[in-house]
Ligand binder design. Structure first.
Ligand code: MN
Length: 252
């Protein structure tokens, strides 16, 4: 058993160390993470400069790139063997609903999934690393279950969000769908020391579609949320509508 572990908070993040500790004894572990915090970088790959990989004193590898770069480089040349599982996290903060499109944590796992390897992304719902050990226990439980009883759908991509609670490992786990968020808060405008306007991207919007069955609903009600993700963005239901629109609106 070989595990590849990555994250988006950077190689020094407590959540990465916690996930690695949680996986002790499960197999050989390779760790590759961004040199700096790369949250919100989604699936970006660095194409305009070369990447350098380094090894930290604890054996973790780090790369001056994005989470997707890390897993991509790991799978295509940095390491000599293909992992059986790609893990990402544990992220500081939720990755639910629309967050998953921006998330570097999900992207690192998705990169493994795109290479045909089962992958799991783990996030704590709240920032601040409270009860990280409990979240790591949850991760261990999910990973052990996946290894003990391999899902028939392969590869798979699971997005796991864990409430920051001391009893996280005792919470029920629910399989969920992604909720939706409201549009983001307005940009924050400030003046820099030279008197020029600068902009900070505003906070994510609050949950909008957070009903029963969603990731938002599950974590708000004291459950661990496990959302199976896919990559195909096609609006399959809408394809026939668009076909008839194209036909009927065509110029005579
Ligand atoms: Mn992050």
């Amino acid at each position: 058993m070989r595990l590849l572990i990555a994250n988006d908070d950077g190689y020094l993040a407590p959540g990465l160390a916690a996930l690695v500790r949680a996986c002790e004894g499960l197999g050989e572990i390779d760790v590759i993470a961004p040199e700096q915090n790369a949250s919100g970088t989604s699936n970006s790959l660095t194409l305009n400069r070369p990447l350098s990989a380094y090894t930290a004193v604890n054996g973790f590898h780090y790369l001056n790139g994005t989470p997707s770069d890390c897993v991509h480089v790991a799978l295509t040349g940095l390491f000599d063997r293909r992992p059986d599982l790609v893990l990402s996290g544990i992220n500081q903060g939720a990755n639910m609903g629309d967050d998953t499109l921006y998330s570097g944590t999900v992207a690192a796992a998705m990169e493994g999934f795109l290479f045909g390897i089962p992958a799991l992304a783990f996030s704590q719902v709240d920032k601040g690393w409270a009860h990280l050990d409990a979240a790591a226990k949850v991760a261990r439980q999910v990973i052990e279950q996946v290894l003990r009883d391999p899902p028939s759908r392969r590869p798979f991509l699971l997005n796991v969000n864990i409430p920051n609670r001391a009893d996280a490992a005792d919470l029920p786990m629910h399989v969920t769908r992604l909720g939706r968020r409201h549009a983001s808060e307005p940009v924050i405008r400030q003046l820099n020391p030279r008197g020029e306007t600068m902009y900070w991207i505003g906070a994510a919007g609050d949950a909008r579609e957070a009903g029963e069955g969603t990731d938002f609903h599950a974590t708000a009600h004291g459950r661990v949320s496990i959302t199976p993700l896919q990559v195909d963005l096609t609006d399959h239901v809408a394809v026939p509508d668009w076909q008839s629109w194209l036909t009927t609106s065509a110029a005579p």
